[in-house]
Write a protein that binds this ligand. Structure first.
Ligand code: PMP
Length: 371
């Protein structure tokens, strides 16, 4: 049986033609030497323009181009965190945060949100969790794995709380910002109450533009901290290759060509996965507003036995069973701080997705109650 993976964090689309063409011509033009650590002025300005057209007034000095947004996060964790500082992360959250934190001085503090409440992060829950040791609040909007998009008023209510904590920085990971379906996306920086000196936007080209292998990300934030991050990046990795940044610039300039066809396919796939899930009894899920994952609750299928007599206790067991018996790969919810769930990407070819949903149904329906 052909193996099907719904586990990847990148989509199956090809990177935009404009990116490839720009990279090739930059290489042919000999742009193969060190560039500025902070990134080319053209790319940083183009990034500012995307925010300024929505009414912001940000400057290239506030932007650092990084080798992937993961590195932007790592730079900030390194610069901002002292021993024991708390990094509050609403969960379910991307497992990469936890992995990155292992190499920093900070401590991750999960702030659970619930499927039954639409994964809403309430100002009350946030206020209860924040304290004088909280240094960073790390929001992901749209969410990975939930696909949840915070509304503008939700963000503004959260900002009212964070503004009570003068030592707190907010990192808003907006890497899926252009992948939206049912709700408009609002950048944290454009909300009422957003303090430019406390907020960092984290973003990149991996998700919205299907460019994960190019390693292109950026952070946008207060200039004084950005300067420190530039120093850190200069001493460790140096600047992102200039020919890659030319590709990123071309991608932004031609984004109106690249995005609509991808979003159209993703919207159809989202529908297909939703129908597939609806056809399986007792599976609960949040319909994603953005990103390209469903994160269903498969708890009903735990503490049961597979046809071969294996007991399934956790979502890790469930994913192992689906992989070994049905050649279908999902990511266990335990990795995102949500036991009983699993993450499923719908950013794959439609025929494969159809087959995957059939296999999931077959795989789950034969699991028997073991007591
Ligand atoms: N943030 C989130 C929420 C992600 O899902 C990912 C990738 N899975 C990243 C950051 C890292 O992206 P990259 O380093 O490819 O830019």
């Amino acid at each position: 049986m052909e193996y099907i993976s719904l586990a990847s964090g990148s989509s199956y689309f090809r990177s935009p033609g404009a990116a490839t063409a720009a990279a090739i011509s930059a290489l042919q033009a000999g742009k193969t030497f060190y560039g500025p650590t902070e990134g080319t002025l053209e790319l940083r300005q183009a990034i500012c323009n995307t925010y300024n057209k929505d009414g912001l007034n940000v400057r290239p000095e506030q932007v650092l181009i990084t080798p992937g947004s993961k590195q932007a996060l790592f730079n900030l964790f390194t610069i901002l965190l002292c021993q024991g500082d708390e990094v509050v992360v609403p969960t379910p959250a991307w497992f990469g945060f936890h992995e990155l934190m292992k190499y920093s001085k900070g401590m991750l503090v999960p702030l659970p949100t619930q499927l039954s409440e639409g994964y809403a992060l309430t100002p009350e829950a946030l206020r209860k969790t924040l304290n004088s040791r909280s240094r960073i609040l790390l929001l992901t909007n749209p969410g990975n794995p939930t696909g949840r998009i915070y509304t503008k008023s939700e963000l503004e209510a959260l900002l009212e709380v964070t503004n009570e904590f003068p030592n707190l920085y907010i990192l808003s990971d907006e890497i899926y910002d252009r992948v939206t379906y049912s709700r408009p996306f609002t950048s944290l920086l454009s909300c009422k109450g957003a303090k430019e000196e406390r907020i960092f936007l984290i973003n990149g080209f991996s998700k919205s533009f299907a460019m994960s292998g190019w390693r292109l990300g950026y952070m946008l934030g207060p200039e004084e901290v950005i300067k420190k991050c530039i120093d850190f990046q200069g001493s460790t990795l140096a600047g992102v290759s200039v020919f890659l940044q030319d590709a990123a610039l071309a991608t932004l300039e031609k984004q109106d060509q690249a995005l609509p066809p991808m979003l159209e396919v993703l919207a159809q796939n989202r529908q297909l996965m939703q129908e597939g899930l609806d056809a399986i009894p007792e599976v609960k899920y949040y319909t994603p507003d953005g990103a390209y994952y469903f994160f269903p609750d498969f708890s009903h299928y735990l503490n049961r036995e597979t046809p071969s007599g294996e007991t399934i206790t956790t979502s890790v067991d469930l994913c192992r069973y689906l992989r070994e018996s049905h050649s279908l790969e999902l990511v266990p919810g335990d990795y995102f701080g949500a036991p009983g769930h699993a993450r499923m990407s719908f950013a794959i070819e439609m025929p494969k997705l159809q087959e995957a949903m059939q296999r999931l149904k077959q795989g789950l329906l034969v699991i028997r109650c073991s007591f």
